[in-house]
Design a protein around this ligand. Structure first.
Ligand SMILES: Nc1ncnc2c1ncn2[C@@H]1O[C@H](COP(=O)(O)OP(=O)(O)O)[C@@H](O)[C@H]1O
Ligand SMILES: [Mg+2]
Length: 285
């Protein structure tokens, strides 16, 4: 059993992680000492922890180089959760291609690398970076906004990013998205999350404002999300925690918007207390 665990956050996220208080308390009850630490705190001796768990390190995308230097050095010293191979793979939304190749429904996506020739869809569309989180650098555009959209793509390409161009999924504004949470590869609970994506703008906080509520998944949502998790498990082994964000495509079918395997909010606040216990078990075993 894990006795001594680092719960990794960042200064700007303090007090903003809805999962933290309940899980840290439950870990204590289970006999595990937890230290809440900023990933960039140079004074931390990482080797003293049996396990380092990435939680609200939500500023990693804009500090990626430093984050990866830190991450790779810590993963050489102690165990990091999720595993380094999973984290590296999940950093870049190009993994969506692999899910699609495995027959899992994903949001229709065109990947545009720097230097590629591209065209925008005729109807409304979304632009976002391959490496990003919390809606930062994501925006939607309509057919009259190609000029500003081109500048957005150019800006992302200049910073070395591959760009994802997707049709604007109409149901997201109406119905939101459905985070499906898994512990040790098994479904735990689901939620409904609504995020308003700015039109032709970008989010300059850690994450865009959200409204969340509990959700009981449909049979098909469970099937699609489990298929995505089984794909990850067969590639890398079991994920301690994982979130599959499902949405409806413009034909009304369930599809994966993204996999959150690095530092996802787990919506435990909206779930039964036994879900917190499942997470604690996965963290300490
Ligand atoms: N194709 C899309 N159509 C409509 N809204 C989208 C689309 N893609 C993303 N969004 C909105 O942008 C937000 C951020 O996009 P997402 O793919 O989840 O990336 P990340 O959370 O890593 O920034 C989503 O929560 C959703 O509200
Ligand atoms: Mg998201």
């Amino acid at each position: 059993m894990i006795k001594n665990l680092a719960w990794v956050t960042t200064q700007a996220a303090h007090g903003r992680d809805e999962d933290e208080t309940a899980v840290v308390a439950a870990l204590g009850v289970a006999g595990c000492t937890v230290e809440i630490v900023n990933w960039d705190n140079k004074a931390v001796t990482w080797s003293k922890f049996d396990r380092v768990v990435l939680r609200s390190a939500w500023d990693y995308p804009e500090r990626l180089k430093d984050f990866l230097i830190w991450f790779d050095s810590v993963s050489g010293i102690t165990e990091i959760v999720n595993s380094p191979a999973i984290i590296h793979w999940n950093l870049d939304k190009n993994y969506l291609n692999e899910l699609a190749d495995a027959g899992i429904a994903i949001t229709p996506t065109v990947f545009v690398k720097p230097g590629d020739v591209y065209e925008f869809p005729v109807s409304e569309f979304v632009i976002k970076p391959a490496i990003g989180a919390g809606s930062r650098d994501a925006a939607s555009y309509d057919s009259k906004q190609h000029e500003i959209a081109t500048r957005h793509v150019a800006r992302l390409h200049t910073s070395g990013q591959t760009v994802l161009v997707q049709p604007l999924l109409n149901s997201i504004a109406r119905d939101g998205e459905w985070p499906m949470v898994f512990f040790n590869g098994k479904f735990s609970h689901a939620a409904n999350k609504r995020v308003t994506l700015p039109r032709a703008g970008s989010v300059d906080d850690l994450f865009a404002p959200e409204t969340n509520s509990p959700h009981t998944p449909t049979t098909n949502q469970l099937k699609v999300a489990q298929a995505a998790i089984d794909f990850v498990s067969s590639k890398f082994g079991t994920t301690t925690y994982a979130r599959v964000d499902l949405v409806l495509d413009n034909q009304g079918s369930d599809c994966v918007l993204e996999l959150e395997l690095i530092e996802p909010s787990l919506f435990l606040y909206y779930a039964d207390a036994k879900c917190t216990h499942s997470f604690v078990e996965a963290l300490i075993q």
